[in-house]
Design a protein around this ligand. Structure first.
Ligand code: MSP
Length: 523
């Protein structure tokens, strides 16, 4: 076997409930993973949870639970959430998994043995709320710290540091030579700007266990635990490593008797890390340096999405300005949610959720657009031809073919919004075709029987191809379209999107509205 396409999301902080931002990241990653699988690449999709750190420890204590019990309860909620989003991840990594901890320790041991990690004492201002040391640069002009840092205390402590300085030059060079390494382009420029502007400081990668016990102990000094980012970023290699990825095991665990390299688990390096704009530096600067130091190849791309707001303002639980994806899915269905977030927001800029905007797209594009097209096409085939597919006709073939090519090219370039726009040219064209050809009038005139056959074939075949193109985006609806067409196979192979798949004499199934108009009862 050769290396599989490997895509990841950020791992979410376990202490907090899933919101629109988390849902968006999972959905776009899922669409890319499904599209790659549809194109015949064996894509592997990893997501998971970031479970260590002070906030989790404190919340567990406040709840009267052990941190592990607290995390286990929340992890169950997050897993259910992924199911509600119909996300097709192949693995779910938790930073409290023993498989994760052992490989993080192997990496720490290697870096320490090589002299990349050293101990030093540091004194400075510390924000417990943000779990970070602050510098003079974080002070306001009047010398105080912004209240968003919470209480800021003076703290002096020993910690371990990861050497960064010697990595700056090659990383700049790598990013300059690989425009695709950080995408979109403006994020690439932002990272280069940061790297060129100042010398990289060594990274503090521990906390004393006496102050923070909820973390992975350093293998060479258990009085310290790994601080969250070193722990969290490593998830991208600990999952493949635990599954037997030969590259990861070769670098971190060459002599293990327990983890046997499996050629089906050839995943590393990752093809795409999908992340939000707030964590670019960790992924495009710290992570490549950690990997290089550990002797591992770099990921091919960090793909950065923007942040959602609601009604033009930051989402915040305290003000109640939130979108609850599960409530939206309960009311409108998972595919309406998936469609909206991908269609509304290109991967890159920030987006704004409004309920009115969501409902407008639902009504115009899903209920009256796609849903209406499929329902009337199949209902007419049922009514006028008892559901029997007539002889092939190619009237819409070239227009549909053009949109298929366009959508395929966009999918290869991870341009999901553009792919949907291309796909919708078919929806619009086919709905217009119904208005122009008026099959309901043709049906009244026996002399137009051949013409009616042609129109009905073109419509049914267009619906079939739409299902194939739409499968990565709205898999359940795509499967339903195939079911209603009476096709036993699944629409999950892009190769099926070539004209002429429906054969004369095939009998379709029952048409059922896919996206009921809101004044109608839900299916
Ligand atoms: N645990 C870290 C990531 C470690 S990855 C090795 C973290 N977790 S998070 O739960 O705060 O965020 C998870 C992802 O959700 C991040 O990519 C973040 O950018 C994204 N989003 C959080 N809020 C968001 C929006 N409002 N909109 C879109 N995405 C957002 O950071």
């Amino acid at each position: 076997m050769s290396k599989r396409f490997y895509i990841t999301t950020a791992i979410d902080y376990v202490n907090g409930l899933p919101h629109l931002g988390h849902a968006y990241e999972k959905v776009i990653t899922d669409v890319i993973a499904r599209a790659r699988r549809a194109m015949g690449e064996g894509a592997f999709f990893l997501t998971g949870l970031d479970e260590h750190g002070q906030k989790v420890q404190q919340a567990a204590v406040a709840d009267g639970k052990s941190p592990q019990a607290y995390c286990d309860e929340l992890a169950a909620i997050w897993k259910t959430f992924l199911g509600r989003l119909n996300v097709s991840n192949d693995d779910f990594i938790r930073t409290t998994d023993p498989r994760h901890k052992s490989l993080v320790q192997a990496m720490l041991a290697k870096l320490h043995a090589q002299g990349d990690i050293y101990q030093a004492s540091y004194s400075g201002f510390y924000s417990a709320k943000e779990e970070t040391f602050l510098t003079e640069k974080d002070r306001r002009p009047n010398g105080t710290f912004d209240p968003s840092w919470g209480e800021v205390v003076k703290l002096a402590e020993d910690n371990y540091y990861f050497k960064m300085g010697q990595h700056q030059a090659w990383l700049i060079d790598h990013i300059e030579k690989n425009l695709g390494f950080v995408q979109p382009d403006y994020r690439h420029n932002e990272v280069l700007g940061f790297l060129r502007s100042e010398p990289l400081q060594d990274l503090c990668i521990t906390r004393p266990a006496a102050r923070l016990s909820w973390g992975i102990p350093l293998p060479f000094n258990p009085a310290f635990v790994t601080y969250v980012w070193f722990d969290a970023l490593s998830n991208y290699i600990t999952s493949p490593g635990s599954l037997g990825d030969p590259t990861v095991l070769g670098a971190l665990d060459p002599n293990s008797a327990f983890r046997v390299p499996h050629s089906e688990s050839e995943l590393w390096p990752a093809d795409i890390h999908v992340i939000g704009k707030d964590i670019v530096k960790f992924h495009a600067v710290y992570w490549p340096i950690m990997l290089k130091a550990a002797g591992l190849p770099l990921p091919k791309q960090v793909l950065v999405h923007g942040w959602w707001q609601k009604d033009g303002a930051k989402m915040s639980k305290s003000t109640g300005n939130v979108v609850d994806p599960v409530a939206v899915i309960d009311e409108w269905g998972v595919d309406a949610f998936r469609y909206y977030v991908v269609r509304e927001l290109d991967i890159g800029p920030d987006g704004n959720w409004t309920d009115a905007g969501f409902q407008a797209r639902y009504s115009a594009e899903l209920a009256n657009g796609l849903g209406n097209l499929v329902n009337r096409s199949l209902s007419m085939l049922k009514r006028y031809r008892r559901g029997v597919v007539p002889a092939r006709s190619d009237e819409l073939a070239s227009e549909v073919g053009r949109a298929v090519d366009e959508a395929g090219a966009h999918l290869k370039a991870n341009q999901l919004q553009a792919a949907l726009v291309s796909i919708w040219t078919i929806v619009t064209r086919a709905n217009l075709y119904v208005e122009q050809t008026k099959p309901f009038n043709l049906a009244k005139n026996p002399a137009q029987s051949k013409r009616l056959d042609d129109v009905l074939y073109n419509l049914a075949e267009t619906c079939r191809i739409l299902a194939v193109l739409l499968w990565p985006f709205v898999p359940a609806s795509a499967e339903k379209i195939f079911g209603q067409l009476g096709l036993a196979e699944s629409p999950k192979r892009l190769a099926l999107a070539s004209w002429g798949g429906l054969v004369a004499g095939h009998v379709i199934g029952e048409p059922v509205p896919l996206f009921p108009r809101k004044d109608q009862p839900k299916q």
